[in-house]
Design a protein around this ligand. Structure first.
Ligand SMILES: NC(=O)c1ccc[n+]([C@@H]2O[C@H](COP(=O)([O-])OP(=O)(O)OC[C@H]3O[C@@H](n4cnc5c(N)ncnc54)[C@H](OP(=O)(O)O)[C@@H]3O)[C@@H](O)[C@H]2O)c1
Length: 282
């Protein structure tokens, strides 16, 4: 009976492996999976077992899962293909007789109008209907999503967005990874749905001030209308669907869809979430 981590070759998955090891899980009890063989080799150097797994190849999933395993299904990254990919893992897990699937979802996935919610909603529904015991981690925004703003602000002294006064309760990937490790190894999380986010919902004025502190220059937040934002992104050569996605996401932030601070994340990890300044500086 192992703890199987999908997406272990990615940024969140690697941190989950670190958190499990730090919490005392034996390396030999962890199976780290992904497609990237070079990244799998690096994980193997830590003593954990590794296996190739491709969400698009059900036989590669079946080959890894065994009865009694606990599986962390880290959501896939190809938007539009994710339900089928997640369903492949859930179906293989059911056939194998795994003990539980822990799935990384999105905030209020089943009711939110967040542009990214539909695939997570469909996955949650597929998971619940499968009858496999589950825990759902509705991960909020990563602080690391804003690292790119530091370089832009260094060059221009501004951050631009069309979020108006919207706020983001982000947390560091490490915080979400620790929460995943906790629910994987502790008892009592079966059937639970957690709304994970940072303790503080910051505004883009706060983001500008925080980045100013990091790069030691004045930085301001330039508010754009959605139309101005789309025009600016288009002028950078972004294709129309990417422009629409970015502007829609800013609309979601404007509507407060990433601002909820439930406290679930800090409760699970037993400490406050990483503050914005610390998360960006790290
Ligand atoms: N909350 C947020 O702010 C936020 C932001 C971005 C993404 N996300 C979601 O959170 C997930 C984890 O984030 P991250 O930062 O760790 O992303 P990441 O570094 O891009 O890692 C994605 C992981 O998914 C694996 N993967 C993708 N497609 C796969 C497939 N077909 N078969 C098997 N494995 C596959 C990758 O494996 P290989 O590299 O080995 O192919 C990699 O291990 C993302 O995939 C996405 O769903 C959340």
């Amino acid at each position: 009976m192992s703890i199987v981590i999908t997406g272990a070759t990615g940024q969140l998955g690697r941190l989950v492996v670190d958190s499990l090891l730090a919490r005392g899980t034996a390396a030999s009890d962890i199976v780290a999976t992904g497609r990237n063989t070079a990244a799998l080799s690096t994980l193997a150097e830590r003593g954990v077992r590794v296996a190739e797994m491709d969400y698009n190849r059900p036989e590669s999933i079946t080959a890894v899962l065994s009865a009694g395993d606990t599986v962390l299904l880290i959501s896939a990254s190809e938007v539009g293909q994710r339900l089928e990919q997640h369903a492949n893992v859930i179906t293989a897990a059911k056939l194998a007789g795994v003990a539980r699937i822990v799935y990384t979802s999105a905030p209020k996935a089943t009711t939110s109008t967040l542009i990214l919610a539909p695939e997570h909603k469909a996955t949650e529904e597929f998971l619940v209907a499968s009858g496999v015991p589950f825990t759902i981690l509705r991960n909020g925004w990563y602080t690391e999503n804003y690292l790119g703003e530091i370089d832009k602000a260094r060059d221009t002294g501004v951050i631009v967005a069309s979020v108006a006064d919207g706020r983001v309760a982000s947390a560091s990937r490490r915080d979400y990874a620790e929460a995943a490790a906790v629910v994987l190894v502790e008892e009592g999380h079966e059937g639970k749905i957690y709304e994970l986010s940072g303790d503080v919902a910051w505004s883009f004025d706060d983001l500008a001030a925080t980045i100013a502190g990091i790069i030691a220059r004045d930085v301001s937040y330039q508010r754009l209308s959605p139309r101005e934002h789309a025009a600016m992104l288009g002028s950078f050569g972004l294709d129309e669907s990417t422009v629409n996605f970015v502007v829609a996401l800013d609309g979601d932030i404007r509507d407060g869809l990433l601002a909820e601070t439930s406290g679930d994340l800090s409760r699970l990890i037993g400490r406050p979430t990483t503050p914005l300044a610390e998360g960006l500086a790290a």
